[in-house]
Design a binder for this molecule. Structure first.
Ligand SMILES: Cc1cc2nc3c(=O)[nH]c(=O)nc-3n(C[C@H](O)[C@H](O)[C@H](O)COP(=O)(O)O)c2cc1C
Length: 372
């Protein structure tokens, strides 16, 4: 046994003592599946699978038809089959499958459901969560307060909150012209979100977006965070289920290659960070892609208030089909669909693919960061 003592303190959420205060962020579509989540759990962090398009991914993998409920149940069960803690990320924008994914995850004993891309106002009402921690993702103190007020009426208090700043990968919880604002820097948002967490019962605050090194983690813990959530660094691991091309695009990405797609952008309307050479983004900029969303996971309300509209189905001018692009990046339908690579700003610092163990050893300070 080594005598190593990490400078990082454990993260306690709903009585779960997570030895390493690092949450591997959910990465859809199909990037964080059970192999990644299980590997992170084994190293003492909280591993998170993504529920996005999981019915298709698990059905393809097993050759058997899975519903969203069954797919969430299966993937969480597999992630939890090793040691440590594992949960699931369920995005609010995936309206059609939301409740079934929540139920499948709770029934499978997920340690946590982490939910953003829209305010998860009704999450506690979907099903009694039992031992599953319910954790909203917010990008402002105001959003957290709204959630706490609504959840109070449902007699539930968040078990923790993830505060995601503007440097993250995936969808961003900011308007396009607010991304660069000084006030929206993670370190500036943190004290305000901590105040709300304190007011509603002093639950843990986890920060996300642009955290890269062991020193970054230590710095945010000193600033008052209870843990960190990291995506991009786990994207570039052996255990992530991103395609080989996707991982190589991350390794090759330079600072100037990482842009925020907005118009054309994601059909859910939120800014979305991508590598600008992603084949689907290149086609979208040229409007050379036919409007052919045939998936319908990301839905907006129609005039009657029903969730029936996917903007990428109607036109190729302002939106691209994020589901098809991301499915292709996870190796699904690659022969028919162009890939779309989402990353956080720090992807340009990544120069190699490593194992989760090597990454966790570096992040906990056990070994120094490797240099080229
Ligand atoms: C490839 C990729 C996919 C992502 N997909 C999701 C997702 O499906 N749902 C979600 O809430 N966040 C998603 N995120 C955000 C991450 O969970 C995480 O909070 C964020 O990337 C943290 O910033 P970092 O990448 O700088 O570490 C994604 C991020 C990446 C890089």
């Amino acid at each position: 046994m080594s005598n190593f003592e990490s400078a990082l303190t454990e993260l306690v959420i709903k009585d779960k003592r997570i030895k390493v205060p690092i949450i591997q962020g959910g990465m859809g579509v199909g990037v964080s599946l059970h192999p990644l989540a299980r590997a992170v759990a084994k190293e003492g962090g909280l591993g998170i699978v993504s529920s996005a398009c999981l019915d298709r991914l698990v059905s393809k993998r097993t050759g058997k038809k899975y519903s969203s409920y069954e797919a969430a149940y299966e993937e969480v069960s597999l992630a939890k089959a090793g040691s440590g803690f594992a949960g699931i990320n369920i995005m609010g924008a995936l309206v059609r499958d939301y409740n079934d994914s929540v139920k499948g995850a709770i029934d499978a004993g997920a340690d946590a459901i982490i939910s953003g891309a829209g305010l998860p106002l009704s999450l506690p009402a979907v099903q009694t969560p039992k031992d599953t921690a319910l954790i909203p993702i917010v990008s402002s103190a105001r959003a957290l307060e709204l959630i706490c007020r609504k959840w109070e009426k449902l007699k539930y208090r968040p078990d923790a909150v993830v505060l995601e700043g503007p440097l993250a990968g995936g969808h961003l919880g900011f308007k396009i012209d607010q991304i660069e604002d000084e006030t929206n820097k993670l370190e500036n948002l943190l004290p305000l979100v901590k105040d709300i967490a304190m007011k509603y019962g002093d639950f843990p605050v986890i920060v996300a977006g642009g955290i890269y090194t062991h020193d970054d983690i230590v710095r945010f813990l000193r600033l008052g965070a209870d843990g960190v959530q990291m995506g991009t660094r786990f994207l570039a691991t052996e255990e992530s289920s991103a395609s080989g091309e996707y991982k190589q695009a991350v390794v090759g990405a330079k600072d100037e290659d990482i842009v925020v797609a907005h118009d054309p952008g994601s059909p859910c309307g939120m800014p979305f960070r991508v590598i600008k050479q992603s084949p689907m983004y290149v086609s979208a900029l040229k409007h050379s892609r036919p409007p052919k969303c045939d998936k319908g996971y990301v839905l907006l309300k129609d005039k009657e208030g029903k969730f029936s509209i996917c903007l990428a189905k109607e036109s190729n001018e302002h939106h691209f089909c994020i589901c098809n692009g991301l499915l292709s990046s996870a190796g699904y339908n690659r022969d028919k669909e162009e890939s779309l690579y989402t990353v956080g700003t720090n992807a340009s610092r990544i120069d190699r693919i490593v194992s989760v163990k090597a990454l966790m050893d570096e992040l906990t300070g056990k070994v120094p960061a490797a240099t080229a």
